[in-house]
Design a protein around this ligand. Structure first.
Ligand code: HEM
Length: 352
């Protein structure tokens, strides 16, 4: 009996001695885990509530401003957001609205251009080709243009592949075709952004002086470049007319917005949180849709839409009559500077 009592007393004493050690062990942080005093309390700040001083004061799930925020013991605080309702709106945008919106903007532009072509056909050089060539763009000008153009077209096609690949290519060719295509497209898209930005910067440096708005642009806009309202002669334009200036500034601002938002998407969460990333994606996609539509119009007028325009970027020179009809101000200035008409020319018959 005495021995049994002794055993009980000894066990109790041992337990009492072991308790502080056990308690300390439970409080030890696991490898890599932060102790309460090390945890930055900001991570646990719940919107609308006073700041808490310890993770233990934070309930596991906190409905805050229509969100459910949990708690994390790692430095990546954004992972504490368990449910983000804006995410559903963004998913709807990505899966539904973007496809319809971009589809309508781009196909709408293509349809409008087709209709315009059917109604008006190619705009001819009014007095025919003179056969004399006027230098218009240097090799460097054309290098800047075609670097930007080829990279933009690559970016547009790969961007459209990522956006429309699933609804269009999967039913036709299946996932086994779309998956490698979309993966390659994504890599190409990211890399092509570099020559695109270089081309933009070069075009900006080379052409910004000739794209400053001036009074003559207003007449051009009012008459739609002589297309909307017939005028006795084309409104006088400098090196670039008002329509081209709009394209230039549209390319610079749209391209700039695409580049900045695109680079921000390449380094996700480096500068903003989940909602910020969603906005960046929306801006990128909407600007891209409008810019593709604008560039369709630009390509149309530079090829099918206007006789003689392509030569400017193709061979760097244009027919003298084309220069006089479309850019009289620029042509006259060139005349003055050179003090004599370009290569064996007088004023072509019928032209001012
Ligand atoms: C196949 C595609 C393209 C063709 C055939 C084309 C054709 C042309 C032509 C002929 C010009 C000179 C017009 C003139 O002498 O007055 C020009 C100018 C220009 N191009 Fe392009 N281009 C194409 C794609 C692009 C792309 C993708 C961009 C930009 C993303 C671009 C941006 C510009 C700009 C900013 C100008 C100067 C302003 C203007 O003339 O509108 N081009 N292009």
């Amino acid at each position: 009996m005495t021995a049994q009592r002794l055993r009980i007393v000894l066990t109790a004493a041992l337990l009492l001695m072991a308790l502080p050690a056990l308690a300390q062990q439970t409080a030890q942080p696991h490898a890599g885990e932060k102790t309460t005093s090390e945890v930055p309390t900001g991570l646990y700040q719940i919107p609308g509530q006073t700041e808490v001083t310890s993770p233990d004061e934070v309930p596991l799930f906190v409905p805050a401003q229509d969100k459910i925020i949990g708690r994390v013991s790692i430095p990546d605080g954004k992972l504490a957001t368990l449910v983000q309702p804006e995410g559903r709106v963004w998913r709807d945008f990505r899966q539904v609205w973007l496809k319809w919106g971009a589809g309508i903007i781009i196909l709408g532009a293509a349809a409008a251009l087709t209709l315009f072509y059917l109604l008006k056909g190619t705009l001819r050089i009014e007095h025919g080709r003179s056969g004399r060539w006027v230098p218009r763009f240097t090799t460097l000008d054309r290098f800047a243009h075609w670097t930007t153009a080829v990279s933009f077209l690559t970016l547009a096609l790969t961007g459209l592949l990522v956006t429309f690949g699933r609804p269009i290519l999967v039913p036709l060719f299946g996932h086994e075709v779309l998956t490698p295509l979309a993966q390659a497209g994504k890599i190409l898209h990211n890399f092509t952004s570099v020559p695109f930005v270089l081309g933009l910067v070069l075009m900006a440096v080379l052409w910004i002086r000739d794209n400053i708005p001036e009074r003559a642009d207003w007449i051009w806009i009012k008459t739609g470049g002589g297309i909307l309202r017939k005028v006795s002669e084309h409104p006088e334009a400098g090196r670039f007319n008002a329509g081209q200036k709009l394209v230039f500034w549209g390319v610079l601002s749209g391209g700039g917005a695409l580049a900045i938002s695109g680079f921000l998407m390449m380094v996700p969460f480096a500068f903003t949180g989940v909602t910020g990333m969603q906005w960046i994606h929306v801006i990128h996609a909407v600007v891209a849709a409008f810019m593709i539509a604008m560039i369709l119009g630009h390509i149309y007028i530079g090829t099918l839409g206007m006789e003689g325009a392509f030569d400017a970027m193709g061979r760097g020179e244009v027919d003298e009559n084309w220069a006089i009809e479309h850019h009289r101000g620029w042509y006259n200035e060139m005349f003055r500077r050179q003090r004599e008409p370009p290569a064996g020319s007088g004023h072509p018959a019928g032209a001012e």
